[in-house]
Each structure stands twice: as structure tokens, then as C-alpha cells.
Design a protein around this ligand. Sequence first.
Ligand SMILES: [Zn+2]
Length: 164
Amino acid sequence: MPTLQERAVHEAAHLVVACALGCSPHRVSIRTSRLGYGEMEYELRGLKRNSCDAKLAKAVFKIAQKRIIVASAGFLAQELFFPGAQQIHSKQDRAEIRRFTKLLAGLTVPRQRRHVAAHVLYLRLRALRLIARHHGKITKVARALLNKRELDGKQIAYLMRRQA
Ligand SMILES: [Zn+2]
């Protein structure tokens, strides 16, 4: 079982990376629930009602990429912040990555489909870069999570506004 510190860093990384990608998370928690050892809730917009199919596909592709980056951020940050610690990867995160990788493959023309796995690796790299760039903010949100166990949208917005 991951320690509370590990859980806090994991969820804080999901949150800070989601914010860096333009999303506004409305809840984050390190309480144990039926979903696992914590959770972070956010929404992604970007679909216009009267988009043509090509635009719609492009928007869905972008959303799927962001979902993969945000889902990867949790365990990547755990590995960076706690090197050598036993990693317990969340099933939800892995299922999310698999689901959106399939979606990306479905939106890719057949002759380019073999590049999807490499593209997903590149998305992980983007997650890593965002974690490195926002290292201080992740530490700050993790500290707040350790104190309060759960943060709502208002508390998250306040923490993200202030300098790391
Ligand atoms: Zn996670």
C-alpha cells in the first residue's frame, strides 16, 4: 500500500498537470475509496456542437492525448519523487491510458496506426516534462492534501494561483 505522502504526490501530479493543460479540476482526494487510494476529478471541454466530422475527430484526438498525459502523471511523479519505492500503479490510471490509446488508434488512418504506441510514449514524456516544470507546485499541493485529505475547486484554484 502506498504511503500517504506517495498518494499525495500522485494525486497532486494528476492535478497540477491537468491545470497546466488548461483544465480546472473540481476535486482531489487522498482518501481510500472503492476506486483506489485517491482520486482527482476534472473535465475537458473542446467539442463544439456543430463541428464537422473532421473537426470533431481532431477535438477528440486532443482530448484523448490530454487524458493520457494526466493519467500518466500520477505514477510518473511517484517514481520521480520516491525513487526505489515499491510502485503500486493505479488500475484506473492504466485502464484510462489503455482506453484512450485505443481511441487514438481508432482515429488514426490504418497506415499510421503502428506509430500510436510511439506517440503514447511521447505523451508520457510530455507528462514528465510538465512534472519537472511544475515540481514546486506539486510539492505544495501534496502538502495541502496531506493536511486536509481533500481539496475542492475553490481551494485548488487558490493554490494554483499563488506562486510555487
Ligand atoms: Zn492516479
